[in-house]
Design a protein around this ligand. Structure first.
Ligand code: NAD
Ligand code: MG
Length: 388
């Protein structure tokens, strides 16, 4: 029996890993929608290869190129944000939400409202929308399968016991490419250095988040929504080898961990096959070759992002949406060479200090908070640049 799959963000790193697994099991899948921001040529090539029903570019100005690249094929072409949501609303057994940033929130929510399984990579959407998203999942009977390797690990470890019996959940963090750098050196870190992650090959934004440790901050909030054990029971430990992907400690003192290679195809395969298992081409884990697994406490002096995220999670309401939007804006500015690496967390902290909107109750409320926080973050960066 074939299963229908849609991939939002098909041209990205998670999109490519997902399609690699689909390609290896071609006869088991029917591809419904593939989407991208622009990259029309790349998207069209994938849509042709996988006989997709529809290919969508979120940026409408790229639709002409997409149409041209799909000429003569049976693939429908569409463009613009409403078209992206229309595609997410098409029937599919599983939707992989792999757009980067809060830009993926509306299409992900559209897929959730359709019911069915959502393999969620797009952590920014859950961080921003929090209870609005989890309530929609419950209301529409959707199944949220976490793609993020840590959350996928926790999800697997939770098969070994009940949530009520969990004493703590520990997220592991690689520490990123600057784990051992001094504060002085961090201030001079360049975008090229930040995107060169030692263990994982990922998109630019999450690579910078990994370098600032904001990725772990976002994942802390993500875990809080996915696995409601209480904020006090959520921990972070730095584990540079990225072999233990996270752990769950139960009340009897047993800790279950999930281990595997640092290859996103492992957690993605776990979502695609869930509750079954499927083959992946990943190298088997050889602990004797790895030799040592080490763990250390995060240094929130050099990397304040996890503290900011924890505070935002405790504050609740709109704080996480503000944190995420400010971070997205600051990361874009850093990647564009406009601000220093160490300014990213400062911009996030200042935006949180200056903006305290009421708790968002609807998707539109969340998107309004997101837009306002981006404006504030840009203002903070402009004022700093002009010395005000
Ligand atoms: P990426 O930059 O490689 O790809 C992002 C995808 O989203 C592309 O297809 C792009 O065209 C699309 N996109 C970008 N901006 C868009 C917009 N404004 N509107 C619509 N589509 C847009 O990113 P990635 O590394 O694949 O990460 C995707 C998501 O998965 C992120 O939320 C990230 O945090 C999460 N994630 C990634 C990894 C990883 O290993 N790459 C691991 C865990 C979680
Ligand atoms: Mg992760």
């Amino acid at each position: 029996m074939t299963r229908a799959i849609s991939i939002l963000g098909a041209t990205g790193s998670v999109g490519a890993s997902t399609l690699d697994l689909v390609r290896r099991n071609r006869e088991q899948w029917r591809v419904v929608a593939l989407t991208a921001n622009c990259s029309a040529g790349e998207l069209a090539a994938l849509a042709r290869e996988f006989d997709a029903e529809i290919a969508v570019v979120a940026d409408e100005s790229c639709l002409g190129d997409l149409r041209a690249a799909l000429a003569g094929s049976a693939v429908e072409a569409a463009g613009g944000r409403p078209a992206l949501c229309d595609a997410a609303a098409r029937a599919a057994d599983i939707t992989v939400a792999a757009i980067v940033g809060c830009a993926g929130l509306r299409p992900t929510m559209t897929a959730i409202r359709r019911g069915g399984a959502i393999a969620l990579a797009n952590k920014e959407a859950l961080v921003s929308a929090g209870p609005v998203m989890t309530a929609a999942v419950a209301e529409h009977g959707a199944t949220l399968l976490p793609v993020d390797s840590e959350h996928n690990a926790i999800f697997q470890c939770l098969q070994g016991g009940r949530l009520a019996d969990v004493r703590s959940i520990t997220l592991t963090a690689s520490g990123g490419p600057f784990r051992t750098w001094s504060a002085e050196r961090l201030a001079r870190a360049t975008p090229a250095e930040a995107v060169a992650h030692p263990n994982w090959d990922m998109g630019a934004k999450i690579s910078v988040d990994s370098a600032t440790m904001m990725n772990k901050g976002l994942e802390f909030i993500e875990a809080h929504h996915l696995f409601p054990v209480g904020l006090e029971a959520l921990r972070i430990v730095v584990h540079p080898q990225s072999v233990v992907h996270s752990m769950v400690e139960y009340r009897d003192g047993s800790t279950l961990a999930q281990l595997g290679p640092s290859d996103m195809r492992v957690p993605i395969a776990s979502c695609l096959a869930w509750p079954e298992r499927m083959d992946t081409p990943c190298d088997p884990l050889d602990l004797a070759v790895i030799g040592a697994l080490t763990f250390e406490r995060p240094d929130e002096g050099r990397f304040p992002a996890t503290r900011l995220a924890r505070e935002a999670a405790h504050a609740g309401g709109a704080a996480a949406a503000v944190l995420n939007a400010a971070n997205e804006t600051a990361v874009e500015a850093f990647l564009a060479g406009q601000i220093a690496f160490t300014r990213i967390a400062l911009v996030v902290e200042q935006t949180l200090e200056r903006l305290d909107p009421p708790p968002p109750a609807t998707l539109d409320d969340v998107l309004a908070v997101d837009a306002e926080a981006r404006r504030r973050a840009r203002e903070i960066m402009e004022n700093a640049a002009s010395g005000r």
